[in-house]
Design a binder for this molecule. Structure first.
Ligand code: MRU
Length: 347
C-alpha cells in the first residue's frame, strides 16, 4: 500500500497528491511552514492525513525552534498550521493533542520536549492506521456481497496514514472474501476520484471503474450499486456530515433509489461542539482549480466561479456512520456521544 506520509531524519516526506497519477513524486518538508504549505496546496489532503501532517508539522517546528522563545514560537507554529484548511476538524484535533502534550511538558528540558512531540506525532500516524483497520472491520459486514460500492472523492490510504476510511471498508470487505468492485466518482473539480482513488485501487489490484459525477444517478438507479461509502471532514452532533462537494447530491440520489449511504470516519472527525452541520465552516478554494485542469483552461478567461470544497449532507440521508468505536445510527444526537463515552464497566 502506498506511503502517504512519513517522518524521516530529513523531514516529513509526502507523496505529492497534486501530481498523481501522472507523476509519482515525493516531497520532503524540512520546516513547519513547508508542511503548512503542503496542506494548503493539497500536496497532502484528506481529513485524517491532514491531521497527521499537522502533528508532524508541530513536531518539526519544535525541533527547529529556539529554546529561549519556545512558548511564543510554539503558538506561532500551531496557529500557522491551523490556518491551512478550515473544514477538516482532524486538523484542529491533532494540533489540540500536540498542544496538550506541550502544556504538560513545557517546563521540562528542551530535548525531552522535542523527543516527546516527535514521538506523539509518530503515535498519531500509527494510531490512524490501526483506527482505519478497525473501521474496515466494522464496516465490511455492511457491504452487500456481489455488488458494486460507489464512492466519492478519495477516502483511501492517500487520505489517511494508510488503509483508508471508506476504502478501508472496501479493503476489509475484500479481505473478508466478498466479491465486490468499486465505482469511483471522478470528483470535480479537483478530480480526487479520477486521479487518486482509481490510482490507489489499481495499485492494490482492486477492480475499479471511473464514472463522471453526473453518472451517479444513472448507476444508482440501475440496481448495480449495493451501497455508497464515503469519508467525512467533520460530523456535527446531529449526524450532519461535511464531505467533499458532491456528497450531498449523491446521498439524495442514494435515498431516492433505496441504496444505503454509509459514512466511514474516525471519531476524531466528530465535532460534538456543533449542534448541526450548518455551523461547519466550508472552505472556498481558488477559482483556478476549477477553470483549468493541469494548467489547461476549461472556461473562458474571467469566468465567475463558485468553488466550495465541501457540502453538508443532512443526517436524514445517512444510513450509518462507521467509526473505529462502533457503527452509529439515527438518532445521532444520542448514538454519536455514546461512541465517545467509556464503556459501563470501566466507569
Ligand atoms: O479536499 P480534500 O481532498 O482534502 O477532501 C477530502 C474529502 O472530502 C474526504 O472524503 C475526507 O477528507 C475523508 S478522507 C478519509
Amino acid at each position: 500500500m502506498v506511503e502517504t506520509i512519513q517522518w524521516t531524519e530529513q523531514g516529513v516526506v509526502m507523496i505529492d497528491q497534486t501530481r498523481l497519477p501522472c507523476v509519482k513524486e515525493f516531497v520532503t518538508c524540512r520546516t513547519y511552514q513547508q508542511v503548512a504549505d503542503a496542506i494548503t496546496t493539497m500536496v497532502i489532503r484528506g481529513a485524517p492525513a491532514i491531521g497527521v501532517a499537522a502533528a508532524m508539522g508541530v513536531a518539526l517546528g519544535v525541533l527547529h525552534a529556539s529554546e529561549s522563545a519556545l512558548d511564543s514560537e510554539f503558538e506561532t507554529i500551531c496557529s500557522t498550521l491551523a490556518a491551512t484548511r478550515p473544514t477538516a476538524v482532524n486538523l484542529f484535533w491533532a494540533i489540540g493533542r500536540m498542544k496538550r502534550l506541550y502544556a504538560s511538558l513545557r517546563l521540562r528540558p528542551i530535548d525531552e520536549i522535542r523527543a516527546a512531540l516527535v514521538h506523539e506525532a509518530q503515535q498519531i500516524y500509527l494510531e490512524d492506521i490501526a483506527i482505519n483497520r478497525a473501521i474496515g472491520a466494522l464496516g465490511a459486514p455492511l457491504v452487500p456481497d456481489g455488488k458494486t460500492v460507489l464512492t466519492h472523492c478519495n477516502a483511501g490510504a492517500l487520505a489517511t496514514a494508510g488503509y483508508g476510511t471508506a476504502l478501508g471498508v472496501v479493503r476489509a470487505a475484500i479481505e473478508a472474501g466478498k466479491q465486490i468492485d468499486v465505482f469511483a466518482d471522478e470528483t470535480r473539480p479537483f478530480l480526487q476520484g479520477a486521479r487518486l482513488t482509481v490510482w490507489e485501487l489499481q495499485e492494490d489490484n482492486i477492480p475499479v471503474t471511473l464514472i463522471a459525477d453526473s453518472m451517479a444517478g444513472h448507476f444508482l438507479h440501475s440496481g448495480r450499486i449495493g451501497c455508497v461509502v464515503v469519508g467525512a471532514d467533520r460530523i456535527a452532533r446531529n449526524g450532519d456530515v461535511a464531505n467533499k462537494i458532491g456528497t450531498y447530491g449523491l446521498a439524495v440520489l442514494a435515498r431516492e433509489n433505496g441504496v444505503p449511504f454509509y459514512v466511514a470516519a474516525p471519531v476524531s472527525t466528530l465535532d460534538l461542539t456543533l449542534d448541526s452541520g450548518g455551523r461547519i465552516p466550508i472552505e472556498q478554494r481558488p477559482a483556478r482549480e476549477f477553470t483549468a485542469i493541469f494548467g489547461a483552461p476549461v472556461a473562458p478567461p474571467g469566468t465567475a466561479v463558485e468553488n466550495p470544497a465541501f457540502d453538508v449532507t443532512p443526517a436524514r440521508y445517512v444510513t450509518a456512520i462507521i467509526t473505529e468505536k462502533g457503527v452509529a445510527r439515527a438518532p445521532y444526537e444520542t448514538s454519536l456521544p455514546a461512541l465517545l463515552s467509556p464503556p459501563e464497566d470501566s466507569k
